[in-house]
Design a protein around this ligand. Structure first.
Ligand code: FAD
Length: 358
């Protein structure tokens, strides 16, 4: 089976849906191909207590703001999944699922997305596959010797699974702080980070992060002094669970261990800590395996872009992976802005003759 359209969007999470919203408004013929059987993107897979760090009104996709969740200031992940499912219905977005794109190939006049359900040919491709499917765990000597349980954030569900255990939580970001906060209520925890944890001021939420990222982008465009962006504020948002853990005195981090042993972890000074489990909250990498056939050069693990357009393959756009694909583009509130400029660029390129392009 072969399908032909103007634009193929790979990934039907928040970034792919935001692109769909603007593609619909631009009157382009498009398809969204999503590997997951159900709507909701990564929000379907978080741990049980995962919530947005912003109120619903600060987490809108374009066109239709997220409704408030009755009785909840910070919406649950389930509420976000419900919002995304209703969003794609509301705008009648042509999402095909489950359809996994195995590889994007160059054709003579188009790009071809080869999937487990046939091939889609398109004049432009937007890759919006997120990061959740590419968990990152750093390697340490002795990792294979450890006889306890090792898991990444993606496999963590609830604190009760660790009740009464000795647990090491690795990582200095939001996932680590939130998981440490709740596991420490039922288990003996040790928090290890490669640098001192940097807590954001109380009251910083998604809206503030969006504004800060926006100001940095404006400074970059104007060529004025770099404001430092979101990173200058810190790494960890003080959500209620983390604040409570701080007040309990458990937000104390040890430096990174240097190796794993059969029974736990060890530092260079010879000290050791016995552990039943190690939870690696060590982040994600962009899920870009499907772009390998294009043989794009990578720089520091990412594909160099001008805005969201690949410099090496101008028919390819990358959306939602992080600040390198637009300020705050990996957040709900930020996804819309980069989707808007991306679709405007595609619409212009698909209608303007090559000779007249910038
Ligand atoms: P995803 O939601 O991951 O969607 C990508 C989709 O692409 C998936 O459905 C996947 O199945 C599909 N896909 C992948 N590969 C293929 C392929 N080869 N072919 C076809 N389909 C494919 N943001 C906020 O705004 N507020 C928050 O409070 C917040 N908290 C967060 C907490 C955590 C723990 C994490 C990890 C992130 C948080 N974020 C938050 C960030 C952000 O909202 C999410 O990372 C978001 O899910 C990214 O959306 P996305 O559409 O880019 O990717």
């Amino acid at each position: 089976m072969a399908e032909v359209c103007d634009v193929v969007v790979i990934g039907g999470g928040q970034a792919g849906l935001a692109a769909g919203y603007f593609l619909r408004r631009a009157g382009l013929d498009f398809a969204v191909l999503d590997a997951a059987p159900e709507p909701g993107g990564a929000w379907q897979h978080g741990w049980d207590s995962l919530r947005l760090f912003s109120p619903a009104e600060h987490s809108p996709l374009p066109g239709w703001p997220m409704p408030r969740q009755p009785g909840e200031e910070f919406p649950t992940a389930g509420h976000v999944v419900d919002y995304l499912a209703r969003y794609e219905q509301r705008y009648d977005l042509p999402v095909h699922r489950p359809v996994r794109v195995h590889g994007v190939h160059r054709g003579e006049n188009d790009l071809a997305a080869h999937t487990d359900h046939g091939t889609w040919h398109a004049r432009a491709v937007i890759s919006a596959t997120g990061t959740w499917q590419s968990p990152y765990v750093p390697s340490y000597p002795g990792q294979e010797k450890f006889t306890g349980h090792q898991l990444h954030t993606v496999s963590y569900r609830r604190p009760d699974d660790f009740r009464g255990q000795r647990v090491i939580v690795v990582g200095g970001g939001n996932s680590a702080a939130q998981i440490l906060a709740e596991v420490s209520t039922v288990a003996e925890t040790t928090w290890v980070t490669s640098r001192r944890p940097r807590f954001m001021p109380e009251g910083v939420d998604g809206r503030v992060l969006f504004d800060v990222a926006t100001r940095r982008e404006a400074a970059r465009r104007l060529g004025t002094e770099d404001t430092g962006g979101v990173a200058a504020l810190g790494d960890i948002v003080m959500v209620p669970g983390v604040l409570e853990a701080r007040d309990r005195g458990v937000l104390h981090a040890e430096p990174m261990f240097t190796r794993l042993t059969a029974g736990g972890v060890a530092w260079t000074d010879g000290s050791e800590r016995i552990a039943d489990a190690i939870i690696w909250c060590t982040g994600f990498r962009p899920s870009l395996r499907h772009l390998r056939p294009l043989a794009l050069r990578r720089h520091g693990g990412i594909i160099p872009t001008d805005g969201t357009r690949s410099i090496q393959e101008p028919r390819l756009y990358l959306l939602g992976y992080g600040d390198w694909t637009g300020p705050a583009s990996a957040t709900l509130i930020g996804a819309g802005r980069t989707a808007k400029t991306t679709v405007a660029d595609i619409a212009e390129r698909l209608t303007v003759p090559v000779s007249a392009r910038r």
